[in-house]
Design a protein around this ligand. Structure first.
Ligand SMILES: [Zn+2]
Ligand SMILES: [Zn+2]
Length: 260
């Protein structure tokens, strides 16, 4: 029997752009038949709801609130709820799974990790890193940055992306042999398309999910039919041209656009 999970979603307690509480989100996913969800609020490099002037430990307590409320509700209604986070480096964003609250409280330097230390330190802590929606381009961003060397896989399908972004990500992921996941990036509860991953075994904790990612086991995607194809002929203007980050995190033109 397969088990359906959300891998990328937000609450208004942790994310400034969140429109639904952890409790509301848990109910939406239980009603939609999901086995579980991973809450990935915007961390302090991104659009966090937490006041950056507060002392570190208090910030971590506040950041965990959306997850904790969702978990409490999930325990009550029969939905598994796990913790993750989404960090923004330079408009390239990373979903991080497997960190505990105790770890985060003990590591205030994590707020300033670059991409390389993020990957190394998260691995040391027993977690994993997925680049979220790598080909997304939005008004608030300047360029697309591909962190090939700084992740354990990519989020190939994201319900908040233009379809073209996902179609490009799939071609990029296939070429580079990357593990690929899907998520909804749901900020608002109901009335949002729900994506996710389908797993053969039920997760007992977030470490089980980290193991699947680190083993590079291919993951079945819960996405609309045809989502990874180009709906319209892709138009790549200057801003949609991808930058590749080298191992020193320097930017270079990618020299291809993954539209074939
Ligand atoms: Zn957001
Ligand atoms: Zn997100």
């Amino acid at each position: 029997m397969p088990f359906l999970y959300e891998t990328h979603m937000h609450t208004c307690q942790g994310s400034a752009c969140g429109r639904a509480t952890g409790r509301e989100q848990a109910r939406v996913y239980r009603d939609a038949g999901y086995t579980g969800i991973i809450i990935t609020d915007h961390f302090f490099g991104g659009n966090t709801a937490v006041d950056r002037r507060l002392p570190w430990e208090e910030r971590i307590d506040l950041f965990w609130r959306g997850y904790e409320e969702a978990k409490e509700e999930g325990d009550r209604i029969g939905l598994d709820v796990f913790f993750g986070l989404e960090q923004n480096i330079h408009f390239d964003e990373y979903l991080i799974y497997g960190l505990t609250k105790e770890y985060m409280k003990a590591h205030p330097e994590m707020e300033h990790w670059n991409r390389r230390s993020q990957l190394e330190e998260v691995h040391k802590a027993g977690g994993c890193v997925i680049q979220a929606h790598p080909f997304r381009m939005r008004d608030y961003m300047d360029r697309i940055r591909l962190g090939l060397h700084f992740c354990d896989g990519i989020e190939v399908a994201n319900a908040g992306n233009d379809q073209m972004d996902d179609a490009r990500a799939w071609r990029y992921g296939r070429e580079k042999g990357l593990l690929m996941t899907a998520g909804s990036d749901n900020h608002c509860g109901a009335n949002w398309p729900l994506y996710g991953v389908v797993l053969e075994k039920r997760l007992t904790n977030i470490e089980d999910y980290v193991k699947i990612i680190m083993k590079k086991s291919s993951v079945q995607l819960h996405i609309p039919e045809g989502r990874l194809e180009f709906a319209d002929p892709p138009v790549i203007d200057e801003r949609h041209k991808a930058l590749m980050l080298d191992e020193q995190e320097r930017e270079h033109p990618a020299e291809k656009e993954w539209i074939e």
